[in-house]
Design a protein around this ligand. Structure first.
Ligand code: KG4
Ligand code: ZN
Length: 353
């Protein structure tokens, strides 16, 4: 408790600094990442250690393997990040860390490392929501972007339409009622034998196929609410594939990938444009791993331009999990005085609001 009170007092002093350096740590799934940002929006150094090679053979992330690998990786990775940034540990003003949602054991590794550093350096600890991190990646890429804006967050674990009212202030307009968009990508890719993660593989294959080879279902596309459902679409594609295989029919993976992707993109684009119009905003952002999908970017951009909306998205490296987005979100939390105490724990099912 003494630490927390001291840090609450320290925040006011930190806010007077010209340059505020935050270390961001991310270990919620299968990427170990750390980054140092200056004033939230500039990356001084960032390291991302992907575990894809380890999980590939299982077709998805194995939680126990992920936590063990994070433990091995985290300390040297933080050291390398500090070296790359060219700063000393003493010059850091805060440590931000993802504490949920995510895999419990994986989150715990990052949270424990962040607590140790914050306590040892006597600087504030800032717990960050993973989705808030994804949204914040846009602030790094677009220095002029300020809330309010609409953000479509689509990743392996989440599909949310979020109204970003202000820094750290969110309203969830809609979310997936079952699978996340990235999860559907991964499962369809697996059935097509494209390996893990499936999103980038389908993204690469789809342009070679016919997106209207088959019209897969587009659940809820015409409904007025902003919730999504990708489970039915995923099952429709998988069943279609199984039926063709059983009947010995030849099929072209490119056409299946393109048709599946077109269905996903149609749903995401339609709902996002409608939500932007309902909210009366001109600013729309994309975030999360699926935000690096080229068809989604291109088709949302086209529709946004038609409607006079400005579209923002992070570069592919900042779309998938990374420490910089967490440092950025942590910076704005710190400015708001919203810091954590040392009882901070991993919360696998943490809600955004
Ligand atoms: O944001 P992220 O790294 O982790 C989570 O928070 O879940 O997102 C990973 C997800 C995976 O499902 C992956 O297949 C998907 O993002 N993904 C893509 C693309 N790149 C990554 N999906 C579609 N197209 C892509 N280019
Ligand atoms: Zn993520």
């Amino acid at each position: 408790m003494a630490y927390y009170i001291d840090m609450k007092n320290k925040v006011e002093k930190i806010k007077q600094e010209k340059d505020i350096l935050i270390l961001g740590i991310e270990t919620s799934c299968d990427d170990t990442s750390a980054a140092i940002t200056r004033n939230g929006r500039e990356i001084l150094g960032q390291k991302i250690a992907s575990q894809i090679e380890l999980h590939k053979r299982y077709g998805g992330v194995v939680p126990e393997i992920a936590s063990r690998k994070h433990i091995e990786t985290i300390s040297p990775l933080i050291e390398e990040t500090i070296e790359e940034a060219g700063v000393s540990l003493d010059s850091l003003h805060g440590v931000a860390v993802t504490y949920g949602p995510g895999l419990a054991g994986a989150l715990l590794v990052g949270v424990s490392a962040a607590k140790a550093l914050a306590y040892g350096l006597t600087i504030p600890l800032i717990g960050v929501h993973h989705i808030e991190g994804h949204i914040s990646a846009n602030y790094i890429e677009h220095k002029d972007l300020e809330p309010p804006f609409l953000c479509l967050v689509v990743s392996g674990g989440h599909s949310h339409l979020v109204w970003v009212k202000d820094y750290g202030k969110y309203e969830i307009l809609g979310r997936t009622l079952d699978d996340a968009a990235g999860e559907a990508y991964d499962k369809v890719a697996r059935t097509l034998g494209l390996g893990y993660p499936g999103g980038p593989a389908i993204d690469k294959l789809a342009p070679k196929g016919d997106p209207h080879f088959i019209e897969y279902p587009r659940p809820y596309i015409k409904e007025s609410h902003y919730n999504f459902s990708f489970s039915g679409l995923k099952t429709a594609v998988i069943n279609h594939l199984h039926n063709m295989k059983q009947q010995g029919q030849d099929y072209c993976a490119e056409d299946i990938a393109a048709s599946f992707q077109q269905a996903v993109v149609d749903i995401l684009v339609d709902k996002t444009i409608r939500a932007a119009q309902d909210k009366g905003t001109k600013k729309v952002a994309l975030a999360g791993g699926v935000a690096s999908n080229s068809a989604l970017r291109a088709q949302l951009k086209e529709r946004a331009e038609e409607k006079g909306l400005e579209l923002y998205y992070p570069s592919p490296l900042l779309c998938t999990d990374n420490g910089a987005m967490i440092a950025c979100a942590g910076y704005y939390r710190l400015l708001a005085g919203d810091i954590s105490d040392l009882t901070l724990n991993a919360v696998p099912g943490l809600a955004l609001v």
